[in-house]
Design a protein around this ligand. Structure first.
Ligand code: SF4
Length: 116
């Protein structure tokens, strides 16, 4: 059962939801009205859902793609200014409250010493 608010990986990472989202994106990639609404929502800087993001990623209409690029550039400049920002994991601690089962730092692993 898909539950994005769950703390259990098997509930918030759903294969079925991923497939449904990809199908939703394909169904709506040419839906101008929906794409315009998503772009208006993006301008509010409150974030998009994964389904909304999937529609923008699947869009193949050149004029809409240019609008997406222009808004993405504007948002990037608003947040980070005129500079290049690179992200890389930087581990300052091995104390994590999450539960990614593939990772030894997950909260339920009581077998390692924690460093805050
Ligand atoms: S440190 Fe490990 S458990 Fe914590 S969020 Fe990252 S991958 Fe998941």
């Amino acid at each position: 059962m898909y539950d994005p608010k769950s703390m259990k990986a098997e509930e918030f990472i759903s294969h079925e939801e991923i497939l449904d989202t990809l199908a939703y994106a394909q169904e709506n990639k040419s839906n101008e009205k929906l794409i315009d609404a998503i772009l208006e929502k993006a301008k509010l800087r409150k974030g998009l859902s994964h389904r909304e993001a999937s529609v923008l990623l699947a869009c193949e209409m050149p004029d809409k793609i240019q609008q997406i690029y222009a808004l993405a550039e504007q948002l990037k400049k608003d947040f980070y200014g005129n500079r290049i920002v690179m992200f890389a994991p930087l581990y300052l601690s091995n104390y994590c409250v999450n539960g990614c089962v593939y990772c030894p730092y997950h909260a339920k692993n009581k077998h390692i010493a924690r460093k805050n």
